[in-house]
Design a binder for this molecule. Structure first.
Ligand code: HAM
Length: 422
């Protein structure tokens, strides 16, 4: 039998209720905050990710699914969405309509990482990206939106980590201090970090190899190097979070695995998924639009890892099951024909209906209704057809009522809305 590719997974109907709930809740919330949806291709030119995420990052060096396209072009399955949103903002000249754009997008991303719990090679993100707003209030508002999302989904045990990564003014001095620290402990660094410490020492801070983690324990913090403007910005983000009652920790080790960030970087972390502790991450990327050939426009955004949220919600026993309002159990050929007609009519009337056309006996039909967790079962046989009234049973209370066939659709509609009591 042909199995699925390692690190990829099927999302089965049992889980789909939670996926829909997360996506719908996020879309509703983002709409409330003025975001508009954008849908983008999952395939882009490789160069887009090389130039945005950065050549010396794990993602670009090791994790992209890249292959030749037409002509001399290399193509890549997107490992993240920010670069694509920026490309669309520039290419579709969205900035010419209004430099301020608040966009969200959802969909699959691809990274060839070592698969483990919470880490997949195809995973899903919900991204929110804001263009044209330099204010630290926007950074704070994105963290507030994330916090509201988790509250609406009833997810507990999360922690907001924030840091400032400075700007092209103040970061060089920090980088220099990092290089000096790492030069002194270079023997203890892994092969990747030995290579990166000179050109991109921030990536060393992000390394998960235990010997590197030890070596960087004595590294300086970016927050000690911030210029006045970056410091003021960071203080304003913290003040706005404090004003809205959002608890956070300042984490000087939080550098994020992508090169485009400046100033605010944040992550929402959990201790419930083992090593994969981030359920969302984001930050400011003021230089990226210009780097990719657009105007000088500030930007900030986040991505939520939907798979990880689903894993946490399943772990916390949250289950959203889509069950039929009514299961039609017909006995005999004439009743099966009616079951077909009624299931069409009821579904059209907005009642979630499952009808059985197999001609099985009542015991087998009731067993199936139970397995589907149907709220009501409509029983119909020759006698009911003659008497022009069907029997409807509430599967929880086991109470039964008789419903005239003539008024069946509206009566069942009422039942689906209000149950037996109203
Ligand atoms: P990221 O931190 O690479 O940021 O990914 C964001 C989230 O995607 C992570 O916090 C995690 O929940 C989820 N994620 C990442 N990799 C995997 C994986 N292999 N398996 C399962 N989930 C995963 C970005 O992608 C940035 N583009 C975020 C951003 C948007 N920054 C500004 N705007």
């Amino acid at each position: 039998m042909i199995q699925l590719v390692r690190g990829f997974k099927d999302i089965l109907p049992d889980e789909i209720g939670i996926w829909n709930q997360i996506e719908q809740t996020a879309a509703d919330l983002l709409n409330l905050f003025g975001f508009k949806e954008i849908r983008l291709p999952i395939l882009e030119k490789t160069e887009l990710f090389q130039r945005s995420i950065g050549e010396l990052t794990d993602i670009v060096e090791k994790e992209m699914y890249t292959f030749p396209g037409s002509r001399d072009e290399m193509l890549t399955l997107r490992p993240e969405a920010t670069a694509s949103v920026v490309r669309a903002y520039i290419q579709q000249r969205l900035y010419a309509v209004d430099p301020i754009q608040k966009l969200f997008t959802m969909g699959p991303m691809f990274r060839k990482e070592r698969p483990q719990k919470g880490r997949y090679r195809q995973f899903y993100q919900i991204n929110a990206e804001v263009f044209g707003i330099a204010s630290p209030l926007m950074d704070a508002q994105l963290i507030i939106i994330l916090s509201s999302l988790f509250m609406r989904l009833n997810i507990s045990g999360l922690c907001v980590h924030i840091n400032s990564l400075g700007c092209p003014e103040c970061r060089p001095a920090f980088k220099k201090a990092l290089m000096e620290t790492f030069a002194a402990v270079s023997q203890e660094l892994c092969a990747d970090c030995q290579r990166r410490r000179e050109k991109n020492p921030l990536r060393v801070l992000d390394c998960k190899v235990p010997s590197c983690r030890q070596a960087i324990a004595s590294a300086p913090a970016m927050t000690d190097f911030l210029c006045h403007a970056c410091d003021t910005h960071f203080e304003a983000v913290k003040a706005a979070l404090g004003q809205q009652g959002i608890a956070y920790v300042v984490n000087p080790w939080l550098v994020r695995g992508l090169d485009y960030y400046c100033r605010t970087a944040f992550e929402i972390q959990t201790s419930q998924l083992g090593a994969q502790n981030a359920v969302a991450g984001g930050g400011r990327y003021d230089g990226l639009v210009q780097t990719l050939g657009g105007p000088s426009v500030p930007a900030v955004g986040f991505a939520v890892g939907v798979d990880r949220l689903v894993d946490i919600m399943l772990q916390q026993g949250k289950c959203v099951e889509s069950v039929p309002d009514i299961f039609i159990a017909p006995l005999g050929d004439a009743a099966v024909q009616k079951a077909f007609e009624w299931s069409c009519a009821l579904s059209k009337a907005g009642v979630r209906t499952e009808a059985d056309f197999t001609g099985k006996n009542l015991k087998a039909l009731m067993k199936r209704a139970d397995r589907l967790h149907a709220r009501f079962v409509l029983m119909v046989g020759e006698r009911e057809l003659e008497e022009k009234a069907v029997v409807v049973r509430d599967m929880e209370s086991k109470k039964q009522i008789s419903v005239p066939i003539e008024k069946m659709v509206e009566e069942i509609q009422k039942l689906a809305r209000n149950g037996f009591n109203q």
